[in-house]
Design a protein around this ligand. Structure first.
Ligand SMILES: N[C@@H](CCC[C@H](N)C(=O)O)C(=O)O
Length: 304
């Protein structure tokens, strides 16, 4: 639960990036003890505020001092704001691409960041961001997502169907399946209700799974258009996944025998632009901060 002071009303902000939604808790000195049950209850859509994940806004050095991190990840400075990301089931993930956009928007809108370009810390390393424009509700943000690593193929079973995909590491693990001849109607009809069965030998720590349409013709801005749906580790189906969008972009290019390019990808929650380069990748898209409020002391007790 909350190590700090359970009697205190804890303030939160609710936001989303292409409808991948988050509860944001500002905890600069890492005073909160984010246990799995606490996070799962907070993200529960009936018991708590409800979200796909939690973003704790904390100074990087504080997480090391409190023993939450063993040390600072690659490129992260002690003073950087760190996105301490948790999935809706309370598990920790290394990175969240939509989360970084929303996190950067929150920092800028709340005045915790005073410039439009800065670095956000994550367990996968430093993630430089540019906030192109923002107000208290909306922002347009680019995140440098780092190197994309592809490592062979694997299969996933969804209901009665099996799909082959590429194992992609974007700081967190993905199986990105570009499905030949998949139409938008086929994509919409995929039934994730029973979950996904991945190969646990290939993914000992689990994986996020993307089902992706082959791209259409390049648009007037040189982007390959495609669409996908995603089933996230620790969450279930979400309406968007930023790291998954980058993994999908890399897999689409690989299926064409290419290793660099730009894509405009549609997900159920909106559209983003993905860039894949030889040294790194980028994700540009919207962020929305939709509400703020406070948790009442004792809200997480199940004693009635
Ligand atoms: N929604 C996120 C990814 C969140 C983490 C993921 N569920 C995992 O466990 O790796 C994104 O926008 O990237």
């Amino acid at each position: 639960m909350i190590a700090q002071s359970p009697a205190e009303h804890l303030r939160f902000v609710k936001g989303h990036g292409t409808q991948n939604d988050f509860v944001i808790l500002a905890d600069p000195a890492a005073n909160l003890d984010l246990t799995e049950p606490f996070v799962a209850a907070l993200c529960d859509r009936r018991r708590g505020v409800g979200a796909d994940g939690l973003l704790r806004v904390v100074r990087s050095a504080a997480l090391v001092e409190r023993g939450v991190l063993d040390g600072l990840p690659d490129g992260v400075a002690p003073d950087d704001w760190f996105m301490d990301y948790r999935n809706a089931d309370g598990s920790i993930a290394e990175m969240c691409g939509n989360g970084v956009r929303v996190f950067a928007h929150y920092l800028r809108a709340s005045g915790l960041a005073s410039e439009d370009a800065f670095t956000v810390g994550s367990r996968a390393g430093a993630r430089p961001v540019i906030v192109h424009g923002h107000d208290t509700v909306r922002a347009d943000v680019t995140v440098e997502m780092g190197r994309v690593r592809m490592d062979g193929e694997s299969l996933v079973r969804i209901g009665d169907d099996a799909y082959r995909g590429i194992k992609v590491d974007v700081g967190n693990p993905h199986l990105a399946c570009v499905v030949p001849d998949l139409t938008s109607e086929d994509l919409a009809a995929i039934d994730f209700a029973a979950g996904v069965e991945i190969d646990h030998d290939a993914f000992p720590h689990g994986a996020n799974v993307e089902l992706v349409m082959p791209p259409g013709p390049v648009d007037e801005l040189g982007r390959l258009p495609t669409a996908m749906r995603v089933f996230e580790r620790g969450v279930g189906e979400t309406r968007s996944c930023g790291t998954g969008l980058v993994a999908a972009g890399a897999a689409v290019l690989a299926a064409r025998g290419e290793s660099t390019g730009t894509l405009r990808i549609t997900v159920p929650g909106g559209r983003v632009d993905v860039g894949i380069g030889p040294e790194g990748s980028s994700l540009r898209g919207p962020s929305m901060l939709v509400a703020e409020g406070e948790l009442r002391p004792g809200w997480d007790r199940l004693d009635h």
